[in-house]
Design a binder for this molecule. Structure first.
Ligand code: ASP
Ligand code: MG
Length: 415
């Protein structure tokens, strides 16, 4: 991302107190929700901050639009799909700007293109390449609250593009970086990132701060609070992310920022409950498998790959990202000239923390904990900041609880 750097004095003054607040769809689900959010924003504005709001579509809208397109067109053309999906954020931002004005504050809603968000050509999964902040800066310097449409931009051909599902988080981080705001707040129906899914682990509690690397591993291994690409942008541009609840700001939240690594410790347990296993049976040539992995990674499909001694390589993909695995397997087979078998579903449980995958005193501990709990591991592997175990789907919740207790997550998180 290239960031425009021509500041005048007004912009420098503005830069000190600028906040980017992003509201998710469930925070904007009805007129009442939108009205409440408007009051909250005005309170913040009156306390002396300049505000850029990034809004998602009203809750349920994007799904509804996707269903409409799917019903009518089966596999809809992506150009029209992006144009259609973009309307969701047009509605929510226009309504929010109206509510702000009704409560007595000057505000303007802007589309992604009006915010100066320029993206790659690709539809539905476009990458932000440049932000021309001049329009937003002008509006801010005239005292307006800017309400920016999340999830969208335009490409060089002036076509509307979208940034992938959940992409409003990306917009929030990108705008914070481009405008020089130190922090962006992601406001949703949860009050931050938890040490495990509280629906599965009773002892789970909110984590007060996390490093970018830890958050990325949490997201990659199944925690769905924040968009992983948004966290990458935040890391690369040194923007802090504060994840908090819309309805209860006083409850606090999770701050994601640069954290000095201390003693390796597990801060959270993440899990994918349904993973598909694509097994590349007789690998002809390494390059095809590597190319396949690179491509899956680019499409945000890839989770992990496991190399077996007999030359077989397994690729694990979250089931929800691949509605028709068999067809996908066949397609890959044809394109890469490899024999691919779609294996039975499995689950993964990961213990995450800075350096835990390399810590000598943790080595083997997870195998001991699993064995004591009677959970047999299909596979286990380590990355720098994560230890991952692959298990039968019906054993994942047991293992999450065991890891959460044995790795001492709640006690650490309470500090
Ligand atoms: N409205 C889009 C979606 O539902 C973008 C977002 O909310 O982040 O994925
Ligand atoms: Mg979202």
């Amino acid at each position: 991302i290239s960031i425009q750097t021509s500041f005048d004095q007004a912009h420098l003054t503005m830069k000190r107190s600028l906040r980017v607040l992003k509201y998710g769809g469930s925070s904007l689900a009805t007129e009442e929700h939108i009205d409440k959010v408007a009051r909250q924003i005005i309170q913040r504005k009156r306390s002396g901050e300049d505000i850029v709001v990034v809004a998602s579509a009203m809750g349920g809208t994007t799904d509804r639009l996707m269903a409409l397109a799917g019903n009518l067109a089966g596999d809809p053309p992506v150009r029209e799909l992006d144009k259609l999906l973009g309307t969701g954020e047009h509605v929510s931002t226009a309504l929010l700007a109206m509510a702000l004005q009704r409560h007595g504050h000057d505000a303007v809603s802007l589309t992604g293109p009006q915010c100066g968000i320029l993206t790659s050509d690709e539809h539905f999964n476009a990458v932000v390449e440049h932000v021309d902040t001049s329009r937003m800066r002008r509006e801010l310097s005239e005292g307006r609250i800017v309400v920016a449409a999340g999830f969208q931009g335009r490409n060089a051909e002036h076509e509307i593009t979208t940034l992938g599902l959940g992409g409003s988080d990306i917009t929030a981080v990108v705008l914070a970086a481009a405008l020089g705001a130190e922090r962006c707040e992601i406001c949703s129906d949860v009050d931050g990132v938890y040490s495990a899914d509280p629906r599965v682990v009773d002892q789970a509690r909110r984590i007060d701060e996390l490093s970018y690397a830890e958050m990325l591993e949490m997201a990659r291994h199944g925690a769905s609070v924040l968009n992983a690409r948004a966290v990458e942008h935040a890391r690369d541009n040194k923007v802090e992310i504060y994840s908090r609840s819309t309805a209860h700001p006083e409850a606090g939240g999770t701050l994601i920022h640069d954290l000095e690594p201390g003693e390796p410790r597990v801060v959270g347990i993440a899990s994918h409950d349904k993973l598909l296993r694509l097994m590349i049976e007789h690998r002809q040539h390494h390059t095809a498998a590597d190319e396949m992995l690179a491509e899956l990674d680019e499409d945000d499909l890839f989770v992990d790959s496991i190399d077996h001694d007999n030359g077989r390589r397994d690729i694990l993909i979250p089931a929800e990202r691949l509605p028709d695995a068999a067809a996908y397997g066949r397609e890959l087979e044809k394109r890469f000239d490899e024999h691919i078998v779609v294996g039975p579903e499995c689950s993964s449980v990961s213990a995450i923390g800075l350096g835990v995958g390399e810590a000598d005193d943790l080595r083997g501990s997870w195998r001991r904990y699993s064995e004591q709990a009677g959970v047999s591991l299909h596979n286990d592997y380590r990355a720098r900041h994560a230890i991952t175990c692959v298990v039968e789907p019906n054993q994942a919740s047991t293992l999450m609880n065991v890891f959460h207790r044995e790795f001492d997550c709640p006690a650490e998180a309470a500090a």
